[in-house]
Design a protein around this ligand. Structure first.
Ligand code: AP5
Length: 217
């Protein structure tokens, strides 16, 4: 499959992407994960991105487009891809459209994950993430806890809270989402690519997406 996952911070993009990858071997491309790995490794990209990320702001479009132009041409993308957290601005969406045209890649669907603000705030303050950059399994201390001693059930690494999970940064991320990313819903509606899915029960959301993809084949 070749899909874009849209949704506010905490809507469940990462969670749903992982289920969909298990389904047909498509790969998850999360710009957030790529940037966090760069910050951890102390690369030039990481140094440039860290300040924006910690305060809940978007990293400049040019940095993201450079990453994605290269990433979408890697061989593993041939199996299909799930874009998680990209595009995030109208400029990124327009540039992605041109890039896909240039690479002769057709998108199947743009999924918009819908969830209320109260649920988002609750989820983000209770989310935990595996610290192993190769794993990055997502946990939630209420709905999907790690082991009793705070380790990842998949790889055994410590499970941590992200640097942008302070209350101040969460509120700023939601404001940034409303101003810069929510307009993409209208953009992809106009393109005739968008479908909305409630993101309150992951299994039901995944089944809905699979059904919609089947109807397009
Ligand atoms: P990014 O990592 O993309 O963060 P985000 O969009 O804020 O999304 P999250 O990862 O916080 O949430 P999610 O929707 O994946 O939810 P999850 O599945 O974890 O980006 C981080 C930063 O990087 C940005 O702020 C920006 O600075 C930068 N960046 C990234 N991409 C960029 C771009 N394209 N342009 C510019 N800057 C960019 O779920 C959340 C929690 O809820 C988890 O605990 C999970 O277990 C739980 N949960 C999920 N679904 C359910 C359910 N159905 N029931 C119960 N619990 C659930």
């Amino acid at each position: 499959m070749r899909i874009i996952l849209l949704g506010a911070p905490g809507a469940g993009k990462g969670t749903i992407a992982k289920f969909l990858c298990d389904f047909d071997g498509s790969i998850q491309i999360s710009t957030g994960d790529i940037l966090r790995a760069a910050v951890k490794a102390g690369t030039e990209l990481g140094k440039k991105a860290k300040g924006y990320m910690d305060r809940g702001d978007l990293v400049p479009d040019s940095l993201i487009m450079n990453i994605m132009e290269a990433r979408l041409q890697e061989p593993d993308c041939e199996k299909g891809f799930i874009l998680d957290g990209f595009p995030r601005t109208i400029k990124q969406a327009e540039e992605l459209k041109d890039l896909l045209k240039k690479l002769d890649i057709k998108l199947d669907l743009v999924v918009n994950l819908e969830v209320s603000r109260d649920v988002i705030l609750d989820r983000l303050t209770t989310r935990r993430t595996c610290s192993n950059s190769e794993c990055q399994e997502i946990y939630n201390i209420k709905s999907k806890p790690p082991t009793a001693d705070g380790k990842c059930k998949k790889c055994g690494s410590p499970v941590i809270q992200r640097d942008d999970e302070t209350e101040e940064a969460i509120v700023y991320r939601l404001k940034t989402y409303n101003e810069k990313t929510a307009p993409l819903i209208g953009f992809y509606e106009t393109e005739g690519m968008l479908e909305n899915f409630a993101s309150t029960n992951s299994q039901e959301t995944v089944e809905g997406i699979k059904k919609s993809l089947k109807s397009k084949v």
